[in-house]
Design a protein around this ligand. Sequence first.
Ligand SMILES: [Zn+2]
Length: 288
Amino acid sequence: MRFAVIAGSQGFRWLEKLQGRADRIGPVATPFGSSAPVYSFVENGIEILLLSRHGERGYEVSAPFVNYRANIWALKELGAERIIAWSGPGAIDRSISVGEIVVPDDVVDETRRRPGTFYEGLGIGFIRQNPVFCPEIAAGLRQAVIRKQGYCRERDVYVCTEGPRLETVAEIRKMALYGGTLVGMTVCPEVFLARELEICYCPVCYVSNYAEGTVDRPYVVGELFEGMLTAEERARVDEAVALLPEIILEAFAGLPKARSCPCGRSMERYRRRGDIGDDWHTWISKSV
Ligand SMILES: [Zn+2]
């Protein structure tokens, strides 16, 4: 099983659609605790692992409390070499529309309390992050998005915040100043952890709202995002979410069998130095 999907806050919908066709492998026990439940299914002859980041029935675990290390470890353990992760960020750049599907090009990590490495207490680090997302998967995703949407933006920068709260107007203004175009809560540290275990990783995003302060919306008590999203925008978001499984499956189907990107050998320097051996299970801190 080489392909895996980390599904976002609407991921449980994909699980609902697959009912009966997906095998529930279950949560995987890892040195970092239990992962989210993992499913496997076959689509067009391709075996795919599916992990719903926030839960199986809905939004049960918010972004800061996802066990990112356990999830990435579990997918590695089950044989994943390539991960497509979906996320529903807000748009900082006003040229991006709600409901648009975007493949970001870069990321800024603004998280604060999430363990971000498997190598605590070891002399392992300095892993290059350019390109930060797997270039092979990114190219495949962009082609699939163009087929479904007619076009696909490039060079978007995803800012990952800690959450679970939304951002203030001034925070969004700061992110726009340094080039952020999207703001979400889940790509970090997932992407960095995947690289530490030599797994390809690329996100695909459906834009779920306009970031705070980029549009003038009154505060409406008791509504989703307190009035940040209109009913018409909500409908566009639902359409985009429904398209994601097709886009992801198409991207996987178009990938070459063997990887020629650098992701699969990101730890090579440490291997050559003798710091790590052939069995990746032994790479992490002995104290874990
Ligand atoms: Zn790759």
